[in-house]
Design a protein around this ligand. Structure first.
Ligand code: FE2
Length: 259
């Protein structure tokens, strides 16, 4: 599995607070089957703002420590960017993408989707970036109306869901919303959003639940195939599930025409 969203790079945001804690968490991840992790540090102007060089130094240091600990897990660069006006300037100047890919992990105000969300994201699309909305199920507007995720997808914005959301770690409403997204094919990535504060187990539990409640194929798409496509040339489809519902009306309509 590939985790595309975690705060395991130490001392850069509200995630891991020490190299030691990070290495311990990475060891657990590796033992349980994570092959690659994008260490997505918050990037939020005025709050978590730094030069790319500062990020790269911390990443190089952690990679060195991981090697010293004989870990095989691949540590990739990444950022969780708070969408703000002109954020494209920072994204361009500092290459705030997932690895060397065109994918950018984006977040915004949880108590809505900010009024200016599309205004902030459209320039990224026009410039060839591929935005992924982080933990879509945690936004109040999507909880109220989960089909809003479909509107985002129609605008070429990918969706990421937190493993903990499916387990109820953020409350019942978020849990329900996350499953609606899953069942409709309105999410493309399952990730941990791990902050090295608790056990790293949710993604494995969520994987098993998706395998049982939907199917293993979907669980693999969200944790393996689609994440692996971020740095390969493979296109990640915006739509990959056709939900089969009884089409009574359609049948009647067809019968009326064709007898
Ligand atoms: Fe996050």
């Amino acid at each position: 599995m590939i985790d595309i969203h975690c705060h395991i790079l130490p001392n850069i945001d509200d995630g891991s607070t020490s190299v030691e804690n990070s290495i311990n968490q990475l060891r657990i991840m590796e033992q349980r089957g994570i092959s690659d992790a994008y260490l997505t540090a918050h990037y939020f102007r005025g709050h978590y703002q730094y030069e790319r060089r500062q990020y790269d130094e911390k990443l190089a240091n952690l990679r060195q420590e991981a090697q010293r600990a004989a870990l095989q897990i691949q540590l990739k660069s990444g950022f969780e960017i708070f969408a703000q006006p002109d954020i494209i300037d920072d994204i361009k100047a500092k290459s705030l993408t997932l690895g060397d890919s065109p994918y950018v992990l984006i977040e915004t105000e949880l108590n809505g989707l900010a009024q200016d969300f599309y205004a902030n994201v459209y320039p990224l699309l026009r410039a060839g970036y591929k935005p992924i909305l982080a933990h879509a199920e945690r936004y109040v507007s999507i909880m109220r109306k989960p089909s809003k995720a479909r509107d985002l997808i129609d605008r070429n914005i990918y969706i990421q869901t937190n493993a903990g959301s499916l387990l109820g770690h953020y409350g019942e409403k978020v849990r329900q919303t996350a499953w609606v997204l899953l069942e409709n094919g309105w999410t493309h990535f399952l990730a941990s959003d791990d902050h090295v504060r608790a056990d790293y187990g949710a993604i494995f539990e969520a994987y098993d639940m998706i395998s049982q409640r939907i199917d293993t194929h979907t669980a693999d798409l969200l944790t393996k195939s689609f994440p692996a496509s971020i740095e390969s040339e493979d296109k990640i489809p915006y739509t990959y599930v056709k939900v089969q519902r009884p089409h009574h009306h359609k049948k009647n309509w067809l019968r009326r025409i064709f007898g």
